[in-house]
Every structure is written in C-alpha cells, then in structure tokens.
Ligand binder design. Structure first.
Ligand code: SF4
Ligand code: SF4
Length: 477
C-alpha cells in the first residue's frame, strides 16, 4: 500500500514557537555539512548521526506518525520502523507534516527493519487469552508494559453480583497487537505463566517490494550472530532490491571472540552486490533504554570491544540497545564520543578517509517514552490525535526530543540570569559575546526580581563566587 499524502496542517500562529525551536536546531546542523556527502552520511562521518527507532515490531501508525513528526523537527538523521507498508506511510506522513511546519528541516532517511532469524527478540509479539486469566489477578502484565500494549477490564458475567464474588467476574481485552514490540517484560511478571511470545520473520518478498519505494532509503537486517547461513539466505532472497537503498545496516549483539569473524563473513556476502553505505548497529541490551541509567553500558562495552580490534570490517558503527540520556556521557568516559579512528584502523570501506569511529546513536524505547508521555497527555476525546493540532503539546514534545538529540548534535543550552540593571545588561552582553558558541541551541534568560535585600544578596554572591556570573547546570532525567 502506498502512503497517502499528508494534508498540510493549517499553519497556526501558535506553531511559531515550534518553528523557532526547530529552525534554530536545523540552522546549527546545516553549518556543519561536509561537501560531497549526503547530510546523513556527513553526520555519520562526524559521529553525530541520530536515529529514531520506532520499533521493528511497533505498528501503531498514529503513534509512529507523531513520533516521526516530532523527531524530524528535532533533527534526527534517520527513522527506523517496521517493514510494513502502512507503518512506512505513517513515518513519511510525519516527515511531510514536519516539513510543512518547518520547510528548512532535513528529511531523515527512512529505514525498514527486518530479521534473518525468528530468534531475534525484536520480532515477536506477546499473546494470551484473557479468558484463561484468574479474574482476581492484579494484572501486573498491564502495569509493566512500556508500550501500553495490554488493556484489560474486569467485567461481571451476566447480571449483578457482589464485587467480592470472583466466580462472577472475568477479564476482557488482552494484547493490542500493533502496539506490542516484543520487549518480553510481561512474560516474566505473569504469575500464572499465561503469556506466550509469538516470533515471526518478515517476508523477504514484501521487503523487496518496500525497498523499491522512493520514500524508503535504508534497510536494517537484524541478525543474532549465531551463524551466517540465515543471513545469506535472506540476502539472496532480497536480491538486487538492496541496490534501491542508500544504506544497509546490520544489527547484531556482541557474541564475544567470534563477533568480528561473523561480521567479516557478512561483509563479504554484502560486498558481492551492494554499492551503498554500510553500517553496523551494535545492539547492547535490546529494548531496555527506558529502564534506567545502567542499560546503556552493554552497547558502550560492545563499542569498546570493537575499538580494540584493528581488523574489524569496514563501515560505519552506531550504538543501540539500552541507549538513553546517559549514553553520550558513557561514550565520552570511554573516549569514544565523536573520536576519529586511530591511524591504521579501518575507515568506512565505502567512503575512505578519516571519520569518527562511532558514527552515532540510535534511540528507541527511551526516545518513545519521553515523547510518548506528551502524546498520552492529549485528551482522549481527540481519538488518534494529530500532534500538530495541539501546538502546545507539539512544542513540549519537541523540547523533550531535543534533550536526546541535542547532546549528540553538539548543541548546548546556556543559561544566564539577569535583572534590569545596567550591570546585568552589560553582563548579558559579555555572556553572549564570550560564552555562546555557533550552534548553541538556546540562551535561557532568567529574569531575577530584586528583593528588599538585593544589595546584600549581590555582595554575598560576589564574595562567594568572585563573579557576577552563575554557571547553570541544566539537565533532565
Ligand atoms: S512484550 Fe512488551 S510491549 Fe509486548 S505486551 Fe509484553 S510488555 Fe508490552
Ligand atoms: S498477569 Fe498473567 S494472569 Fe494476570 S492478567 Fe496478565 S496475563 Fe493474565
């Protein structure tokens, strides 16, 4: 099914703040384009590529559309989604709406995700029959699901009965299949072992058709690292269709000492008939970025492992699996954030010359969580809401998205506090001249109101810091 063209939203005056925020971000990205490469490849070379992962199995088109819109405005380089025509259509619709609000925005590449092996956890759906559930179950599955993919109602069986009589109750509902992305958290919390995981493989023939579309730019092949046979089978089924896209990503876990041999074998297979760019997605701890700080360690450890191996296969390298707001700091501590390859280490075989070893970061569950919180606030009466119809929520969602995209793109938020005095005006001018860099995302101006003890406070502040400037640490969990 081809995507329907998005109706351009009315350009509301209230989109002005969204436009201004997105334009400042876009402008700072544009100043750093490298000649000769598509902007997405230039980002990979610099190490500031950001990919939004909608989820290889997440097929809620309304959410995918809104997420794509918000993260396009935030400046992502790529949006990765399920290899399904309606989901691809939803991503492209989100991108088109973003471009109608901010015409200067960069169109991200659209990537479809497929698997060569049904054991890959990204390609499964939870399933259970609520009729098999004890009616008095406290429904931990519903509470633990990060995608709101389980909805259960406790209902009376015919007529009125006392609430305490569980024999007259039953559960209705179950898994909302299109929202389930296979994280598996419900499986482990069900006290009655009622939930099954149903695995599947994306059909290569359908995928080959998708790759012919003008609005699909890349493919990602998930592989388990347990042998090359299944990869080779999928590769030959896709045939020459792979040459319709600009980039092929291979997502794999760290399988220890055999990882590099496995990657090299796959690279040899791909080289046989593909002329585009290739990327290795280092999948640390799949589908866990929203769980907490520590989830990001595995993908960074994977990167450290590969950085120590000089004969690793050519291509761009990118983190995924457990990535969240701590990933950039973790990469910096490992000395791998936007650092270029060491002399003698391979650069991308497809592009040559020096480039960042880690080309960027893909964000999935965490990216969806921080924007999803805003999407859930849109009043239910609007049904499948188009976020652009609610500019205040769109602005809030964009601010959330930028907390993730901005640090990779190298943008900073600078805060300055001032009052209306001559001294503050001079200080503000000094801060603008000396503290702001090209590409800084925002100057936050805090207006301080003098209190009756202003002189005393000012004196104390000066004595304590030796300066009239206060360094602002701005962070968001
Ligand atoms: S597998 Fe994950 S996303 Fe799917 S229903 Fe269970 S908890 Fe929700
Ligand atoms: S936790 Fe298990 S038994 Fe309880 S409602 Fe969920 S699926 Fe049913």
């Amino acid at each position: 099914m081809q995507p329907t063209m998005a109706a351009a939203p009315p350009l509301l005056a209230s989109h002005a703040a969204v436009r201004s925020l997105a334009v400042s971000s876009t402008a700072s990205h544009r100043g750093r384009l490298e000649g000769g490469y598509p902007p997405q490849v230039a980002a990979l070379r610099r190490g500031d590529w950001v990919k939004l992962i909608c989820g290889a199995s997440f097929e809620d088109a309304a959410d995918v559309r809104n997420l794509s819109l918000v993260y396009t405005l935030a400046g992502v380089d790529c949006i990765d989604c399920a290899a399904d025509a309606s989901v691809v259509g939803a991503v492209n619709e989100g991108i088109e709406v973003a471009a109608s609000i901010v015409p200067a925005v960069q169109r991200p590449w659209v990537m479809v995700s497929v698997n060569d092996d049904c054991r890959d956890l990204h390609f499964r759906k939870a399933e259970f029959d609520p009729e098999d559930c004890p009616p008095d179950c406290s429904k931990p599955c519903e509470k633990v699901c990060p995608a709101d993919a389980i909805a259960l109602d406790r209902v009376m069986i015919g007529g009125k009965h006392p609430q305490s009589d569980h024999s007259c109750l039953k559960l209705e509902g179950g898994v909302i299949t299109e929202r389930c992305y296979g994280c598996g958290r419900c499986l482990s919390v069900c006290p009655y072992d009622r939930i099954r995981a149903m695995s599947y493989i994306r059909d290569p023939a359908t995928t080959a058709e998708l790759l012919k579309r003008n609005d699909v730019d890349a493919i990602e092949i998930h592989t388990t690292g347990k042998g090359t046979d299944m990869f080779n089978t999928l590769w030959s089924s896709l045939g020459v269709s792979v040459n319709n896209v600009k980039l092929i990503a291979v997502s794999l876990p760290d399988v220890g000492d055999s990882t590099v041999n496995f990657m090299s074998a796959i690279y040899t297979t791909m080289q046989s008939h593909f002329q585009g760019y290739n990327l290795w997605q280092l999948d640390g701890r799949p589908m866990s970025g929203d769980i907490g700080r520590g989830a990001t360690r595995e993908t960074v450890s994977f990167a450290v492992h590969l950085a120590s191996i000089l004969d690793r296969p050519p291509g761009f390298y990118q983190l995924a699996g457990g990535t969240n707001s701590f990933t950039v700091d973790c990469l910096k501590k490992a000395g791998l954030f936007q650092s270029t390859t060491s002399p003698g280490a391979p650069s991308s075989g497809m592009t040559g010359s020096q480039q960042a070893f880690i080309g960027g970061i893909a964000y999935g569950g965490y990216a969806r969580k921080i924007v999803g919180r805003v999407l859930r606030k849109i009043p239910a009466q609007f049904g499948h809401a188009r976020i652009e119809d609610h500019p205040d929520y769109l602005l809030e969602a964009l601010q959330e998205a930028l907390t993730l995209v901005g640090p990779v793109k190298g943008e900073r938020w600078v805060g300055a506090a001032a009052d209306f005095s001559e001294g503050s005006r001079a200080a503000l001018r000094w801060a603008a001249d000396n503290l702001l860099h090209t590409g800084d995302h925002h100057l936050l101006l805090l207006h301080m109101i003098k209190d009756p003890n202003y002189e005393q406070v000012e004196t104390l502040f000066w004595e304590a810091t030796g300066s009239f400037l206060c360094r602002c640490h701005w962070s968001k969990a």
